[in-house]
Design a protein around this ligand. Structure first.
Ligand SMILES: [Zn+2]
Length: 250
């Protein structure tokens, strides 16, 4: 008898890059793993220590070493709450760090969470998913970044390069993309998603056009978003032609 086990949720998309699945049930984003000859980095920390741990377990199943660094794409909870489940050094922009510092003062009792929905500091969608992911939101801890950069950083992982760049966009002011030229892969974080934090989800023309221009200066074949199927260069071009079709989905 043959028993099939789905051993890992990680997919190898190029010789040095692996990605996890995303899960819309609890807003777990897709995470990435970039393997260099000298060291390895993880893209985003996950939405909880449990999410982080499941990613590390998946790495073990593929005999991938634990990452040496965790690189954060932006401050949103689903990308950073996992950090507190790890002591691996975290890299982020100063803008991201400012938001992490701000959030480290947030309280997680029910009244404080509800109050943030009134002030607009947080939104219903996040509140709902935080309550799904965390049996007890009082368990939430915010860990800050350890290595900071301004708008751009280049890392040599050992025959694999990461070009990290902040680009003006609507989703989150601190959002960065990570381009790996040797593999022609571009990690987007959620940068092409709309602004959810100021009224109805929306884009502004200036940011949207600027983002499109900037992204296509990178010579990528695959673009990895936190909450969608993998984009090819062509399907991302298509996306920028019809953003309205995606605005609810992203
Ligand atoms: Zn986001």
């Amino acid at each position: 008898m043959f028993l099939y086990y789905n051993l890992t949720m990680l997919t190898q998309i190029t010789p040095h890059i692996y990605i996890s699945d995303f899960d819309s049930n609890n807003d777990r984003p897709r995470l990435g793993y970039i393997k260099g000859d000298t060291f390895n980095i993880m893209i985003d920390a996950g939405n909880s220590p449990a999410h982080f741990k499941s990613f590390i377990n998946d790495c073990h199943l593929l005999n991938l070493k634990e990452p040496d660094y965790i690189l954060l794409t932006h401050w949103h909870w689903d990308h950073i709450f996992g950090l507190s489940g790890s002591s691996i050094p975290a890299i982020c922009s100063n803008l991201t760090q400012n938001k992490l510092i701000e959030m480290s003062h947030w309280k997680w009792d029910d009244a404080s969470m509800k109050h943030r929905l009134v002030t607009g500091e947080d939104i219903e969608f996040c509140d709902l998913n935080i309550r799904i992911e965390y049996a007890n939101p009082l368990d939430i801890r915010i860990r800050k970044g350890d290595i900071l950069f301004d708008n751009q950083l280049t890392m040599d992982l050992g025959n694999i390069t990461c070009v990290i760049k902040r680009i003006n966009n609507d989703h989150a002011n601190d959002s960065v993309v990570i381009f790996v030229p040797e593999e022609k892969v571009l990690f987007l974080g959620d940068i092409i998603s709309p602004d959810y934090h100021h009224g109805e989800p929306h884009y502004t023309k200036q940011n949207f056009d600027n983002l499109s221009r900037e992204l296509f200066t990178f010579d990528f074949e695959y673009a990895i978003h936190g909450h969608t199927e993998v984009f090819t260069r062509e399907s991302l071009k298509q996306f920028f032609h019809e953003p309205e079709a995606h605005i609810k989905r992203l």
